[in-house]
Design a protein around this ligand. Structure first.
Ligand code: ADP
Length: 222
């Protein structure tokens, strides 16, 4: 589903954030990405969401070589890749419903279809009763769940999350991880960056460990 083939990324500053990275994530897998600050985790995810391009090597997602996607194809490609950020990047000048609806409106869905899909996504994260609220009044865990609803509203086959529990206490982190697990159980391929070693051990899933831009570990942690 996700394949990195000899991928290096050097930023314009000259810094090499990733060096000859090779790995493959199967369809329906749930993997964690870990490593010290600056190890290259965000860069790796940005290559998958096409926010950055590799300077060497190739990234394949769902059988497609991302180097070969034209700029016109990128919006369609991105609909298939949901993204959850640590600070969730919600808009506080509109309702929960409107935050989740945004990707669908951009994609040109009808209001009826948008309403149906937004409510289905809010239902999955347990926030159906909060659709008219402004996200600013929600707790940190609820805000993160709105972020997850927005990431899955297009029914992506790949879900990426960059430190999604970075600001949450252990109990809320566990709740958020359970949500990711539920999406994984219905077939979504999931990659989550986290430096929380206790959480990684509890989850008992494959962990790709980056160190200075290279894969230094690949397997379950204990
Ligand atoms: P992590 O997510 O593991 O903390 P990053 O992928 O954010 O690591 O960063 C990897 C390295 O690349 C760091 O040394 C960082 O300073 C550098 N870096 C990240 N983004 C940029 C950028 N846009 N321009 C230049 N250097 C960058």
């Amino acid at each position: 589903m996700i394949r990195f083939d000899n991928v290096s990324k050097r930023y314009a500053s000259g810094h090499e954030a990733l060096t000859r990275v090779d790995f493959e994530v199967e369809r329906g897998e749930m993997v964690f990405l870990t490593g010290h600050s600056g190890a290259g985790k965000s860069t790796l995810m940005k290559l998958i969401m096409l926010m950055e391009r590799p300077t060497q090597g190739q990234v394949f997602v769902d059988g497609r070589n991302l180097n070969r996607l034209s700029s016109g194809q990128i919006p369609y490609y991105r609909r298939n890749v949901g993204v959850v950020f640590q600070n969730h990047q919600l808009l506080f000048d509109r309702s929960v419903f409107d935050n989740v609806a945004l990707p669908l409106q951009i994609a040109g869905n009808t209001p009826a279809e948008t309403g149906r899909r937004v409510r289905a996504a809010l239902d999955k994260v347990g926030l159906l009763d909060k659709e008219q609220q402004n996200p600013i009044v929600l707790s940190g865990g609820e805000q993160q769940r709105v972020g997850i609803a927005r990431a899955v509203v297009n029914k992506p086959s790949v879900l990426l999350a960059d430190e999604p529990t970075g600001n949450l206490d252990p109990e809320l982190s566990a709740e958020i991880m359970n949500l990711f697990r539920q999406f994984n159980e219905v077939g979504v391929t999931i990659m989550i960056a986290s430096h929380d070693l206790e959480l990684l051990k509890r989850m008992n899933k494959r962990v790709l460990g980056l160190s200075h831009g290279q894969v230094a570990h690949d397997g379950v942690l204990w």
